[in-house]
Design a protein around this ligand. Structure first.
Ligand SMILES: *Cc1c(COP(=O)(O)O)cnc(C)c1O
Length: 376
């Protein structure tokens, strides 16, 4: 537990459920990333946590930004980011949003299909465009499936079209899946990108940028490789495949930048059993799937808990949220155990909840207000 957050919770006793996030920790994470991958430009993936104090701090540090909507672009501009340092990274954009971004000075856009490329040619003429390719998401605890990206053969054809249509064929991007626990996922993806670079060079198109996306993991219940291991694997693969003609490198960390900077504080609403002799207790919290813990879907992201009784005797639990929806059960199969002493009214903390929590909270399902946020 981060000591700064622990003393904030002790001194201010904020109403639950709430997120308390240490913005200094975000700065440390930015520095760790820069140290692990000094040649890469960092584009913070705004969707992980778009709070103004985070964008302000990162903008001040010289970070660039990966935005998925015109609204996120506006938030970056308000935080002092230059339009030239914002990438419109969503491959599915309204043309009105493309127009607004281009008018504001954004010149870097993602796409993964011909119809999207047409929109860019019409509404962002001359812009730098990069094509997202499909890559293996094995090893990712929150995979992105086939929703984004296209096959390599299509990417090549589209880059040739981009040049013919007056756009600047800038580079290739991929995303190995979020909470990626295997460094080899990046190595395999880089090999694929390098082949596209070579083939396009033969076709007279010189790409200049590799966008390695996000995916860098946060420690939840289980250990994950350190960020330096990802940096080493990525630089090793880049050097192997591109030699000393290294292209510009972009990374788009979301979870890694903010995940371990935040803690959710929650109150236990009820501890009960389904039968007197049932060893499993049900622990209902005042935050659940609809309060922002969307990534507990499929028990994919397994948060670590702190309680007032850590170290005392524990027993098996099912952990659920407060709403009257049966999908609002967080963990039933992941072998969670919590102290036997835990009871209604106790406060528990969910660690490393700074990413992908606040913006997932529903408006007022069952009347519950969205998660309160404290940036310290
Ligand atoms: C969500 C997203 C990211 C951030 O991914 P993390 O796994 O949180 O690092 C980066 N790039 C794009 C295009 C994204 O959609």
């Amino acid at each position: 537990m981060n000591p700064k957050i622990a003393s904030y919770l002790r001194d201010h006793a904020p109403a639950t459920p709430c997120l308390v996030l240490d913005v200094d920790r975000v700065e440390q994470n930015y520095s760790r990333l820069k140290a692990a991958m000094p040649l890469a430009r960092v584009y913070y993936a705004v969707k992980a946590n778009p709070a103004a104090p985070i964008l302000d701090r990162l903008s001040g540090l010289g970070s660039s930004f990966d935005a998925a909507s015109w609204e996120e672009i506006q938030a970056c501009l308000e935080a002092g980011a230059r339009a030239a340092d914002i990438s419109f990274g969503n491959t599915v954009k309204k043309e009105s949003a493309i127009k607004a971004a281009f008018a504001a000075g954004v010149t870097m856009f993602a796409f993964d299909s011909e119809p999207e490329l047409r929109k860019l040619a019409r509404s962002a003429p001359g812009a730098r465009v990069y094509c997202r390719i499909l890559v293996e998401n094995k090893g990712a605890e929150w995979p992105l499936s086939r929703k984004f990206g296209c096959e390599a053969a299509m990417a090549k054809e589209l880059m040739v079209k981009a040049a013919a249509w007056g756009l600047d064929p800038y580079g290739i991007s991929f995303h190995v899946g979020s909470q990626q626990t295997q460094t080899g996922a990046y190595e395999a993806a880089i090999a694929r990108v390098a082949m596209i670079f070579t083939d396009l060079k033969d076709a007279g198109i010189n790409l200049r940028m590799v966008n390695l996306g996000g995916g860098y993991p946060v420690r939840y219940r289980a250990e994950v490789p350190e960020i330096d291991a990802f940096g080493d694997a990525i630089m090793g693969a880049m050097t192997e495949h591109f030699g000393n003609a290294l292209p510009e490198m972009v990374i788009e960390p979301g979870r890694f930048m903010v995940g371990d900077a935040g803690v959710v504080s929650s109150e236990v609403v009820l501890v009960s059993r389904k039968a007197e002799d049932d060893p499993v207790r049900w622990v209902y919290l005042d935050i659940g799937r609809f309060g922002g813990l969307a990534e507990t879907e499929g028990e994919s992201i397994r948060y670590e808990f702190r309680t007032p009784y850590d170290g005392a005797a524990e027993g098996p639990v099912t952990i659920a949220g407060p709403t009257c929806d049966s999908t609002d059960t967080l963990y039933e199969k992941s072998n969670y155990r919590l102290p036997m002493a835990l009871d209604a009214g106790d406060q528990v903390q969910l660690l490393s909840t700074g990413a992908y929590v606040t913006t997932y909270a529903s408006q007022a399902f069952n009347g519950f207000r969205p998660l309160a946020e404290h940036y310290i």
